[in-house]
Design a protein around this ligand. Structure first.
Ligand code: UTP
Length: 241
């Protein structure tokens, strides 16, 4: 089974705690030992936002700010590489080809951002599409896809299941509301729809949840079911890892 895991910077290293990074690495390592081919894409989190905020005050333009963000995602990726040791390719992949080649030779591929104008949400979906992954998991700091930003709206409801085109509609609505943040951005949602990759959005603050989701489809987040796929959730019991 081939899996791409997207780990938000605020999920991997909210406070640069080595124990947390090690826990994420341990989950990836055990899945790899069980036979999973894995690519992980790491976000920039609060550190990226802090750098971008400071550089904006200093007059950097938007592309320069994105490049700073990309640098921070790659720094975070290096933390995960350090924890994975020889399991991972020694530096963050800078292209999908590089990541795909690492996965092909049996390494865990780790990457951050790729180019200005997007986020690692889209990089993760693109890597899943490029490598023809069976599953894409977004480990975020919210427990799934909601009708509204749960941090802003008290009665926001969580979707247990969405089709990929429903995901695009929900995210487009969320992004229309200034200030509300979506767990996955619109470009990523469109790439998920285009590629037809089965996707899970879950609360990744507890790293073990990623392993449960990959092994058994067992999670409390949102399932994104591709058009035409069997929505009887029997995928995990029938597929060999
Ligand atoms: P993130 O993917 O962490 O962005 O990349 P985000 O969605 O703002 O972070 P979360 O999910 O809320 O924690 C950090 C920044 O790096 C740049 C963007 O500026 C992004 O905001 N970036 C990242 C790119 O320009 N291109 C990429 O491919 C990836």
């Amino acid at each position: 089974m081939k899996v791409v895991v997207s780990i938000g910077g605020s999920v991997l290293a909210p406070d640069l705690d080595s124990r947390r990074v090690r826990e994420h690495a341990a989950v990836i390592e055990s899945l790899a030992e069980e036979g999973c081919t894995i690519g992980a894409v790491v976000g920039g989190g609060g550190v990226a936002r802090d750098y971008i905020g400071t550089a904006r005050e200093l007059g950097a333009n938007e592309i320069e700010l994105d490049d700073i963000g990309i640098d921070v995602t790659r720094l975070n990726a290096r933390l995960l590489i350090a924890a994975l040791g020889e399991r991972a390719a020694p530096s963050p992949a800078e292209t999908y080809e590089e990541a795909g080649a690492a996965m092909h030779r049996g390494d865990v591929a780790i990457m951050g951002g790729v180019m200005p104008g997007q986020t690692t949400d889209a990089v993760s979906a693109a890597l899943a599409e490029y490598t023809n992954a069976d599953l894409l998991v977004y480990a975020t700091s919210v427990p799934g896809v909601f009708s509204d930003d749960p941090n802003e709206v008290d009665d926001a409801t969580k979707f247990d299941e969405l089709s990929a085109s429903e995901l695009v509609d929900v995210i487009a609505d969320l992004e229309m509301n200034a200030g509300s943040s979506a767990p996955v951005d619109l470009l990523a949602a469109k790439l998920i729809e285009r590629s037809g990759v089965r996707t899970i959005v879950l609360d990744g603050t507890e790293p073990g949840r990623i392993g449960d989701a990959v092994r058994r489809g067992d999670h409390g987040g949102t399932d994104i079911i591709p058009t035409g796929a069997d929505d009887e959730m029997n995928y995990w019991v029938t597929e060999e890892l």
